[in-house]
Design a protein around this ligand. Structure first.
Ligand code: KG4
Ligand code: ZN
Length: 399
């Protein structure tokens, strides 16, 4: 017997183009706010990492061009094997309007007009698209694609905050419910934020980074160590080697733990990154010949970041009597950090920890579809003319 409450059933198409992943997903959702339950029906993702790798970072206009090229082929992939409604009149009626919506995405427009009429409308109820935060030119491609699809398929399009997606990503295949107050630590390439949630969709930002985001610091330090982009996983691998090595006395001097004792919940990682740079400059040639200096520096850097994140999170858990801790965003793919958060929760007693499955910790469209479900449960007016907003905050309604 099914013990879930089957109500507010919905199928959502999620679209994500905020950075260097072009991602689409169809997610089935039910259970409402009290028992939200999600199942991924289909997913298609194209990572541009290889393209941006040689430049050591993401170029917004290049990301935009790639999204523009990839969205229609990805949609075809996504719908393979998906039950489609019987072909109806597949002529695009609103061609002039579509041309206007996609006027800045010439390649996308051309593919759209060629391919979309050959795809019957899939059985979905709503489209959810990331409108920010992220790289604005990249976001616009997804937004305009969603608007054009919404028009052709006569579906409502919901604007989604990417960071809300990272928070809700922990709900996939989750047996533990979220109890409030909850605290979300969001750590990605563009963000480091501690967010208090007294209920679903109520976000109060307690603190954020004053300069570099955690993932950005990982990427920059990796570049200093001449490691490939994205640097987070590379630093993590080196740090793990140092941690499991037999050597007992490590050579690297301690790095600072920035803002550890500041009275607020803010962070700063730019000074830490500079400290790594100075440390490398000070090193003698003899030191640089030691095979393990990069490993030890990576470990010390990872330890410094981890200590600050854990300390401030612990302080917020205590102050706000937090019942659920959510840690989301690309950096939670880091296994040392995950372990340290698990330890913190074990010591703390009552609070439970929710983290996303590894495939959902980095950018994806499943989490955007999930956020779309929550948004559609809220009373909302249809949004007709929404825009991409690069610096969209969680405290701002996404329009
Ligand atoms: O959430 P995400 O995929 O994209 C943004 O919205 O920014 O996060 C990407 C960031 C990159 O900076 C990457 O280096 C970092 O997550 N990252 C990691 C690890 N895997 C990805 N950082 C540390 N350790 C990892 N294992
Ligand atoms: Zn992200």
């Amino acid at each position: 017997m099914c013990d879930r409450i089957l109500f507010l059933y919905m199928k959502i198409l999620g679209i994500e183009t905020s950075c260097d992943e072009t991602a689409l997903a169809i997610v089935e959702a039910d259970g409402g706010l009290s028992h939200p339950h999600f199942k991924v029906i289909s997913e298609a993702i194209n990572s541009q990492t290889k393209i941006h790798e040689k430049y050591g970072g993401v170029y917004p206009m290049m990301a935009k061009r790639e999204h523009s090229k990839n969205l229609v082929p990805l949609l075809k992939d996504l719908l393979k094997g998906f039950q489609l409604e019987k072909p109806r009149d597949l002529k695009i009626e609103n061609e002039e309007e579509i041309k206007k919506i996609l006027e800045r995405e010439t390649e996308l427009l051309q593919q759209f007009l060629e391919v979309i009429p050959t795809i019957p409308k899939p059985d979905i109820d709503v489209i959810a698209v990331t409108v920010g935060p992220g790289l604005e030119p990249a976001l616009w491609v997804g937004v305009n694609f969603a608007r054009a699809l919404g028009l052709v398929w006569d579906l409502l399009v919901l604007p989604i905050n990417h960071m809300e997606g990272h928070i809700l990503s922990v709900l996939l295949d989750q047996s533990q419910p979220v109890t409030f107050p909850a605290l979300a630590l969001l750590i990605s390439g563009g963000h480091t934020e501690l967010v208090l949630m007294r209920d679903w969709q109520q976000y109060e930002i307690l603190g954020r980074t004053r300069d570099d985001a955690v993932g950005e610091a990982f990427d920059k330090v990796a570049r200093m160590l001449e490691l490939p982009y994205p640097g987070g996983p590379e630093i993590s691998k080196l740090a793990e080697k140092a941690r499991t090595s037999e050597r007992s006395n490590h050579q690297i001097t301690k790095l600072p733990r920035p803002m550890l004792n500041s009275p607020d919940y803010d962070f700063s990682f730019s000074g830490l990154k500079t400290a790594v740079l100075y440390r490398i400059r000070e090193m003698s040639q003899a030191e640089k010949l030691l095979p393990f200096w990069k490993e030890e520096l990576a470990q010390e850097f990872e330890d410094a970041v981890t200590e600050v994140l854990i300390y401030k999170t612990k302080k917020a858990i205590e102050e706000f009597n937090i019942k659920t801790l959510i840690v989301g965003g690309g950096v939670i793919a880091n296994s040392h950090l995950r372990q340290e958060f698990q330890k913190l929760i074990k010591e703390g007693g009552e609070t439970k920890l929710l983290t996303p499955q590894p495939s959902l910790s980095t950018d994806n469209a499943v989490m955007i579809a999930m956020a779309g479900y929550f948004k559609s449960l809220n009373d909302h007016k249809p949004v007709l003319d929404f825009r991409a907003t690069g610096n969209l905050s969680l405290q701002q309604d996404s329009l």
